[in-house]
Design a protein around this ligand. Sequence first.
Ligand SMILES: Cc1ncc(C[n+]2csc(CCOP(=O)(O)OP(=O)(O)O)c2C)c(N)n1
Length: 562
Amino acid sequence: MKLTGAQIFFECLKAEGVDTIFGFPGGAVIDIYDEMPKHDIRHVLVRHEQGAAHMADGYARATGRVGVCLVTSGPGATNTVTGIATAYMDSIPIVIFTGQVPTSLIGNDAFQEVDIIGISRPCTKHNYLVKDIADLARIIREAFYLARSGRPGPVLVDLPKDVINAKTEFKYPKKVSLPGYRPTYEAHLGQIKRAYAAIAKAKKPVIYAGGGVIASSCARELKRLAETLRCPVTTTLMGLGGFPAPHDLWLGMLGMHGTFRANMAVANTDLLIAIGARFDDRVTGKLDEFAPRAKIIHIDIDPTSISKNVRVDIPIVGDCKDALRKLLHVLDENRLEGLDATRKPWLEQIQKWKETYPLAYEQSDHEIKPQYVVEKLYELSEGKAIITTEVGQNQMWAAQYYHFSEPRTLLTSGGLGTMGYGFPAAIGAQIAFPDRLVIDIAGDGSIQMCIQELITAVENNLPVKVAILNNQYLGMVRQWQELFYNKHYCGTCIKAAPDFVKLAEAYGALGLRATKPSEVEAVIREAFATPKTVFMDFVVNPEEGVYPMVPAGKAMTEMLLV
Ligand SMILES: Cc1ncc(C[n+]2csc(CCOP(=O)(O)OP(=O)(O)O)c2C)c(N)n1
């Protein structure tokens, strides 16, 4: 029996095990929407297509599965671009379906026509324009395969209206054949042995882990490696949760707002073991002075990321989990004796750095410190929440003061740094895990960027909590202006703001406010106890800064500490 393109679309999604689509309709996809009620799939109607992309992304980060969104052509498609680029920079698997004008009108400046293939090319792992219904099932199969395999990423499929309405026999391809695309999963044993030899010689090793550890689900192997080697571990923002924060080998995050001891450890290490991390500038600072004394081992599934920013001595291309398992196997067979004694001076040095400059802030009893709010969120959620963040100071305080212990519990826009990401991502995560506590730690600027999704949360009865660290500034930019632009605060004061409590109420959510430190705990407790969407407006000290801070382009040892 022949099926329409719209029917085939749903059969393919079923074959891929998709249970949820985040979407927004329009003329170009109306036939897909017409077909939708006949299928057992949850559609979450967003209020802006950027929200759909971020929700699919949040769903993907929280679950490890592919997130899916569906939007119309033209403005529907362009509205997703920020969300696509966000997923691309952090290697998150999503598939974006966009409607397109009929193939006969492509290139005619037709109504709501846009070249989304051209627009999205630099920020997708791959994209497809389906020109013939005969290709539809194969392309959807490939799109999901590409999104989740190798280094994951967003894949866009553009669906012209005539293709959606055409008919053909449906057959879902069993296999994907993409000559030239063969991700290397298996780490080379010869390189693993070279890594072992370097490890055996090292006196001051450091493990630097990134988002690849989360993507390849190898947190357990990472912990075993650190413990076997008595080797301290730091992670990037994307790697938080990949190593348990309470662990005695934990250094904290490194980089621009990393801990003093993590940055000092990297500056002084003789062997840096990079695992699924990409040496981005927020981590390295001034490249010449990054880990200047270290041999570098780099494990990564993406060969193009090796020696891209920093010269690597021992490259290991492959899945992090496979590489770590092999390395652990070699270590089991060739035990390094006397490690406790060998590591002692190094671990003592690190302990000294920790004691000299611990992560700290000045407490106050009359104004709320944003760090205090994050600490309280951590304490009262017992560290068990899924945290999403917006971008800015709020994001860094969340990274510093919510001590992540499990993978996939921090969803944050690391690479692109997208304000407006956190709230829709929290919605995506809450849809995936209705019974978990999901909290968006937000700035008063960022929350306004996708605030329209409040009604999506309310409509779907999602108990998402939003903790707004309301400092009446675009705080992170204000901090740069304070430190590097002579306190010339231009364009960063956002005192003109909505009343977030009334706004929450207007949408049918609960709004709560705390203006004094003594009110913080009660607000959080009430929010957690309320099975609805809640906005918590914490009126915090407007002048608080995020420290430590390495000025952009400086060496990681040049930290400003207060
Ligand atoms: C979409 C977008 N626009 C601009 C920026 C630049 N930017 C980075 S942090 C920041 C300030 C964020 O302010 P707010 O959300 O209030 O958070 P705070 O830093 O005060 O915690 C800005 C404007 C960005 N990251 N994303």
